[in-house]
Design a binder for this molecule. Structure first.
Ligand SMILES: Cc1cc2nc3c(=O)[nH]c(=O)nc-3n(C[C@H](O)[C@H](O)[C@H](O)COP(=O)(O)OP(=O)(O)OC[C@H]3O[C@@H](n4cnc5c(N)ncnc54)[C@H](O)[C@@H]3O)c2cc1C
Length: 400
């Protein structure tokens, strides 16, 4: 039986291990953290990734544990709807809507698909030999026919295999995430865009709501207090890095969100008020600006953020990691074919996400008004216009 060593127990690594195991590989997953407690809170899983998850037998469970979003869309900071669509329209067009669930739920489901003993927590990989497939860990060496480097945006394996690649760059924005109790009253899924800032509201199952926000990194209180300090370049996970001195200006993360979004439309101020200070995640967003020349070298395949870290604006980072994983398993370790299947598609999505990220940073009032006018014009053309933007992304289907 061929053996695969997967470096990293994030969404990408766990999906790869589950998919390879289904294809008859024996797998070992090395995760340096002592638990799978994931960084992050809610996560959007789009139709393309749901179809990929079907191939490892967890798609239906994800659908079952997610909330149906109903009508949702893009709004202005004062609450005006600019673009609207619905889960029903997405279902009709793509066979599935985008679903929202807790990250921890998804990670647990993926981990439940691993063979007993495959997951080695608290195991750090120190070196990989792409020619022999030898993987050196703090628990000793492992021999692999295939090494899957799913070690995240700051992938040490990527750095070793492609030393000329410039690595991650700062996107210019800071993000906040929180899961809060659903407040009283009507609540629709939405993403609201104001000058330079975004606030997303996504209903989850069990009376919870996933909220996320972004703002230009220079607008944060900590950076204003210390404008010469560059964004923190420390350890990166999940496409992001904990921001330095989040609470430096006083008032904490909640105070910071209230200052940035306190006068935005209902229920945003109420959601911020309902958030628990020590459960608000705050990260600077990084991404790869340049694609890699390949997603493999020797016996090593790069996957997920290690291969194509993108800004979260299309909600596709983890979805693409999931696609990578099922394609890699389907190709049974034929790595040139894996690069051929994945590099072009992920590069396109990575670039599009960054373009949207730049659009959200517009703060000039005239530019913002023009952006809103263009969006509402498109919105008046109906559901189809919104969904058509995602046609090539969401209609992807796993290889059979
Ligand atoms: C604010 C925000 C919101 C997002 N929202 C969405 C969304 O709604 N939908 C979506 O699809 N995507 C979203 N993403 C993107 C998504 O989170 C990432 O693309 C995805 O988590 C990447 O998974 P991964 O497995 O490639 O990497 P990671 O999750 O970073 O996992 C890498 C793992 O490797 C481990 N590791 C690293 N080095 C070693 C080593 N040497 N030895 C052993 N283990 C190691 C790390 O501990 C980590 O557990 C979002 C990202 C951000 C920042």
């Amino acid at each position: 039986m061929s053996h695969a060593v997967v470096i990293g127990g994030g969404i990408g690594g766990l999906t790869a291990a589950a998919a390879l195991s289904r294809q008859g590989w024996s797998v070992t997953v090395c995760e340096r953290a002592g638990s799978l407690e994931p960084v992050g809170s809610g996560i959007a899983i789009a139709p393309n990734a749901l179809k990929a998850l079907d191939t490892i037998g967890v798609g239906d469970k994800v659908r079952e544990l997610s909330a149906m979003q109903g009508e949702a869309g893009l709004r202005a900071a004062d609450g005006r709807w600019l673009l609207r669509t619905s889960a029903e329209a997405a279902l009709a067009r793509f066979g599935d809507p985008t679903v929202l669930l807790l990250r921890a739920t998804l990670v647990d489901l993926l981990a439940s698909r691993l063979p007993a003993g495959a997951l080695r927590l608290g195991t750090t990989v120190h070196a990989v030999d792409p020619h022999t497939g030898r993987v050196s860990t703090d628990d000793g060496d492992l021999e692999a026919d295939l090494v899957v480097a799913a070690d995240g945006i700051n992938s040490a394996v990527r750095g070793a295999l492609f030393p000329a690649h410039p690595g991650p760059v700062h996107s210019g924005v800071t993000s906040w995430r929180a899961v809060v109790e659903r407040p009283e009253g009507e609540l629709r899924g939405s993403e609201s865009w104001g000058p330079g800032q975004v606030f997303g509201i996504m209903p989850l199952a069990d009376g919870l709501v996933y909220c996320y926000a972004t703002a230009p990194a220079h607008r944060t209180r900590a950076d204003r207090a210390n404008p010469t300090t560059p964004p923190n370049q420390a350890t990166l996970d999940n496409g992001s890095t904990p921001s330095n001195g989040a609470d430096a200006g006083g008032g904490g993360r909640k105070g910071e969100l209230a200052r940035l979004f306190g006068d935005w439309h209902d229920p945003i101020p109420r959601l911020i008020a309902a958030a628990e200070e020590d459960r608000i995640l705050r990260h600077d967003i990084f991404c790869l600006a340049a694609p890699l020349p390949a997603f493999h070298s020797g016996k090593v395949a790069l996957l997920g953020d290690a291969a194509h870290a993108m800004t979260p604006n299309m909600g596709q980072g983890a979805c693409q990691a999931i696609e990578d994983a099922v394609v890699l398993a389907h190709l049974s370790g034929d790595l040139p074919s894996y690069t051929a299947a994945r590099l072009g598609r992920t590069t396109k999505i990575m670039r599009r996400s960054r373009t949207i990220c730049r659009l959200t940073r517009w703060s000039n009032p005239l530019a913002v008004r023009a952006r809103e006018a263009a969006m509402s014009l498109a919105g008046r053309l109906g559901d189809d216009v919104t969904l058509r933007q995602f046609q090539d992304v969401f209609t992807w289907r796993p290889p059979v």
